[in-house]
Design a protein around this ligand. Structure first.
Ligand code: AMP
Length: 215
């Protein structure tokens, strides 16, 4: 099962991707997480990606595509994977289609989590991320058991730098300009499914499972 999650930043792609990964036993591959890990580890890639990320802009395609193509060909991804945050531009989608076609593969399903911009701005303000393991919470919708502390690893929860309101506005502009055209791209491929992100986490996840179970 090869799945792509689409949707604006903050629509809930990452949360659903992580649940899909757990339920269906396939890796959750998030380019945002890979970049953040590289920034933390002080790698060359991290240094290059940081300035774009802090400004709410996209990291250039040439730093992104090879990284994903390498990752999806690793051992743990043989059965499938859920891609979260990639592709984000038409050239990235084309590079992915081409890389998969070279080994006779294709994406099975693209899931768009649809949410209006006003709701996204509200949600991002309450989003908190674990500084150690990257798990995501929301102070109202998905609160941790203990305020400010990660349920998984006991790490400290923080507001992501690029979740600051000015950067969120920039990221939404970038989304509408560069990433939203992917919805049409995957619709034309006949594999697009739209899930209403406003119905709440559990009902939306139930819809996704129905879809993936072919019900
Ligand atoms: P995310 O965690 O998916 O919201 O990603 C955070 C940031 O990482 C984005 O705002 C971009 O700067 C960068 N990023 C993540 N994935 C990609 C991608 N596929 N292409 C370009 N930049 C990306």
């Amino acid at each position: 099962m090869k799945i792509i999650m689409l949707g604006a930043p903050g629509a809930g792609k990452g949360t659903h991707a992580s649940r899909i990964s757990e339920k269906y036993g396939i890796p959750h591959i998030s380019t945002g997480d890979i970049f953040r890990e590289n920034i933390k580890a002080g790698t060359e890639l991290g240094k290059k990606a940081k300035s774009y990320m802090d400004a709410g802009e996209l990291v250039p395609d040439e730093l992104t595509c090879d990284l994903v193509v390498d990752r999806i060909h690793q051992e743990d991804a043989l059965k499938g994977y859920v891609l979260d945050g990639f592709p984000r531009t038409i050239p990235q989608a084309e590079a992915l289609t081409k890389a998969l076609a070279a080994s006779g593969e294709k994406i099975d399903c693209a899931i768009e989590i649809h949410l209006a911009d006003e709701k996204i701005i509200d949600r991002m303000a309450g989003r908190r991320v674990c500084a150690s393991c990257g798990a995501t919470y929301h102070i109202v919708n998905i609160p941790p058991k203990k305020e400010g502390i990660c349920d998984n690893c006991g790490g400290e929860l923080e507001l992501r730098k690029d979740d600051a309101p000015e950067t969120v506005k920039k990221r939404l502009d970038v989304y509408h300009e560069q990433t939203a055209p992917l919805i049409e791209y995957y619709e034309k491929e006949g594999i697009l499914h739209v899930i209403d992100g406003a119905i709440g986490l559990e009902p939306a996840f139930a819809e996704i499972c129905k879809l993936l179970d072919g019900e």
